[in-house]
Ligand binder design. Structure first.
Ligand SMILES: Cc1ncc(C[n+]2csc(CCOP(=O)(O)OP(=O)(O)O)c2C)c(N)n1
Length: 607
């Protein structure tokens, strides 16, 4: 059947049993295809029936569908004519793993970071009403996403707005790992009593049959009806917020899903539909181990990477230093915290997808004499910019920010690239920024950051296990790895390997900058003197990166040598492997050599 599905129109007239058959084929396709390319598997297996029901009931050429995070939009992509794109899923130039408006008219809003869908839906719905248009706006988010505060900001707003939105909570009791928090516990209670909530419809129907019509209406009768409703029908948190709660509904029952979606579509009010699903549904290994199958890689590697190294080192440090606490925003596995969690259960805190809370909570710990260590991906720390500035830095608190996945992150693409942390952290007063280029250096930095430093400190490190340039870390010192030659190459972190090859090619000087802020101006100025070209190389955005910091130092001190800043451009950085992207953005060894030669020619021509 799948071969004949080229657009949502093709499923509109299918019977329930045909839709179930199609669901089976979609799952088979997903497992085969994602095993080959890598990508998000378990979350997509869980929303097959939901996606089929959504596209059966709504017309998303005019209605709008917003997927929260967007990692579960694969089935939607299949149904909207993009099955072919799975051959090159998340590859350079290939189909994105997240919704992209540029890719399809069916993708109403681009996502990647969690908990944005309800706010975006509110904006689209209010704009619709201002313009007098007629269409439905549907937002689908997981119980993990519901741990993100922004969804509650949106629901708080929605509950007193007349603009209709259909909110769908896809509750599988899982974030990437087991979900956490009081709301998750509350949802579990709702889930466990399906019969209780089914009776709600029945009671409503009975109440509607009470003789309270226009000619019979009295205040007393209306009050009696209200009292019965409140006594007999349990009010959920979401009803109390002013939304019409429907559920819990079996999210793998297409017929039931179609009925509740129709009901929400025909209502004038906003609905909150709570569906129960199984993450990984239909593929036994993923059902058994949904965390492992949340995201799968095309190739499995047991090599130590920066996150694993971090986790091991943190345990070693925490054994000696009982003031260390670790905080994660729903990513204990990805950030390497599992060994810490297992050994120091009472010093480990998973706050859910709540990076802002994680950082401000860390400042509370620091204020109370603990040393909080907060590993969060560079891209997700963006959420906590104000918390880092207002709560941590202005009070000069000793919080250790471990900025994981800094620089190019590869297949997750634009929304996940860790390009901006040097820029947003270097503006922050009291902030120190370190950037290792080897595990050895990283270990020394963690020891320094946790046990010696006092004040806000960020250690930025890349995804994976890039090539190693060994250096002896000394806080605040740039390291001259080679001083001869009339070109000076300055670099940090992952790009030290590239910088080293470039400097070999030109037989140039090479300077490592493990402490990005405060910059070791003296060493830079000493070695920069009389060079005919200074080149900086970093895996970060060009504006306000290491190159900018070096440029300021050189300019302020009257060094007039030409400067070539090799960094990533001021455009969204697309998906692809690190190798593909380095090449595409002229950041690989050969491209940088060419850029240096061009710059030298250019300078010669000007003189
Ligand atoms: C702000 C932010 N922090 C962290 C993540 C990483 N992340 C991606 S999916 C996910 C779990 C989402 O769980 P849920 O919404 O329940 O969806 P499910 O995969 O269970 O269907 C997390 C933590 C993110 N995308 N955005």
């Amino acid at each position: 059947m799948l071969k004949n599905i080229n657009s949502p129109e093709d499923i509109k007239n299918l019977s329930i049993s045909e839709l179930n058959r199609l669901a089976f084929e979609i799952r088979k396709f997903l497992v085969e295809s994602v095993s080959r390319t890598g990508g998000h598997l378990a979350s997509n297996l869980g929303v097959v029936e939901l996606t089929l029901a959504l596209h059966s009931v709504f017309d998303f050429k005019t209605d709008r569908l917003i997927w929260d995070v967007g990692h579960q939009s694969y089935v939607h992509k299949i149904l909207t004519g993009r099955a072919d794109g799975f051959k090159n899923l998340r590859k350079f130039g290939g189909m994105s793993g997240f919704p992209k408006s540029q890719e399809s008219i069916y993708d109403a809003f681009d996502t990647g970071h969690s908990s944005t869908s309800c706010s975006a839906a509110m904006g689209i719905a209010r704009a619709r009403d201002l313009k007098g248009d007629k269409f439905d706006v549907v937002s689908v988010f997981g119980d993990g996403a519901l741990t993100g505060g922004m969804i509650f900001e949106a629901l708080n707003d929605a509950g007193h707005s007349n603009s209709k939105v259909i909110f769908i909570l896809n509750d599988n009791n899982m974030s990437i790992s087991q979900n956490v928090g009081a709301i998750s516990r509350y949802l579990q209670k709702l889930r466990q009593k399906p019969e209780y909530y089914k009776s709600k419809d029945f009671i409503e129907e009975l109440l509607s049959k009470l003789p309270i019509g226009s000619d019979f209406a009295t205040n007393t009768a209306k009050k009696a009806k209200g009292a019965i409703r409140n006594k007999v029908i349990p009010q959920t948190l979401f009803d109390n917020l002013g939304l019409n709660y429907i559920g819990p509904v079996d999210g793998h029952n297409i017929e039931a899903l179609k009925i509740v979606l129709e009901r929400a579509k025909n209502s004038d009010k906003s609905s909150f539909i709570h569906i129960r699903t199984i993450k990984g549904k239909g593929y036994k290994p993923a059902e058994k181990n949904p965390s492992q199958y949340h995201g799968v890689s095309a190739s499995i590697s047991n090599k130590t990477d920066y996150a694993k190294f971090f986790g091991k080192k943190l345990v070693e440090i925490a054994r000696e230093n009982n003031k260390v606490v670790a905080i994660t925003g729903a990513m204990p596995i990805n950030t390497g915290l599992v060994p810490f969690m297992n050994e120091f259960e009472n010093r480990y805190f998973d706050v859910g997808i709540a990076e802002e809370h994680a950082v401000t909570m860390a400042s509370g710990f620091a204020k109370s004499g603990f040393t909080p260590v907060v590993p969060i991906y560079s891209t997700f720390f963006q959420r906590a910019y104000d918390q880092i500035l207002h709560d941590v830095a202005l009070q000069n608190l000793h919080v250790v920010l471990c900025v994981d996945h800094a620089g190019i992150v590869g297949p997750d693409g634009e929304t996940h690239q860790g390009m901006y942390d040097i820029a947003y952290l270097s503006h922050i007063p009291n902030m120190t920024i370190l950037s290792p280029s080897s595990f050895e250096e990283f270990g020394d930095m963690l020891e320094y950051a946790i046990n010696t430093h006092n004040g806000p400190i960020a250690v930025r490190y890349p995804k994976g296990s890039p090539e190693v340039i060994t250096a002896n870390f000394e806080f605040g010192k740039a390291q001259i790895l080679k001083s001869s030659g009339d070109i000076l190459v300055i670099s940090t972190g992952r790009m030290m390997a590239t910088a080293s090859s470039v400097s070999e090619h030109f037989d140039s000087a090479l300077l490592a900058v493990p402490t990005i802020k405060p910059l070791d101006e003296d060493t830079i100025l000493n070695i920069a003197n009389n060079k005919k070209l200074i080149v900086t190389i970093e895996d970060a955005t060009k504006i306000s990166g290491l190159g900018s910091l070096v440029a300021t130092t050189l300019a302020e001190n009257g060094v007039s040598s030409p400067l070539l800043i090799c960094a990533f451009p001021d455009t969204p950085i697309v998906s692809g492997s690190t190798e593909d992207l380095d090449k595409h953005y002229s950041m690989d060894v050969d491209s940088i050599i060419r850029r240096i030669e061009e710059k030298l020619d250019d300078t010669k021509a000007k003189n």
